[in-house]
Design a protein. Structure first.
Length: 52
């Protein structure tokens, strides 16, 4: 698992729209659709809370 540990931080910087674009453009990524969209959703949940 450590062989791909660099992927998550890199993908988090890309953003959800670009990940969806990658999925649409590359049929070979279909096997990873859940993991990639789940990662994109997690990015939104990990965003810093707005200051009051």
């Amino acid at each position: 698992m450590t062989d791909v540990a660099w992927m998550e931080p890199e993908l988090l910087t890309v953003g959800e729209a670009k990940i969806k674009g990658f999925l649409a453009a590359e049929p070979g990524l279909a096997a990873f659709r859940f993991q990639l969209t789940d990662l994109a959703r997690g990015r939104a949940a990990a965003a810093p809370w707005p200051s009051p």
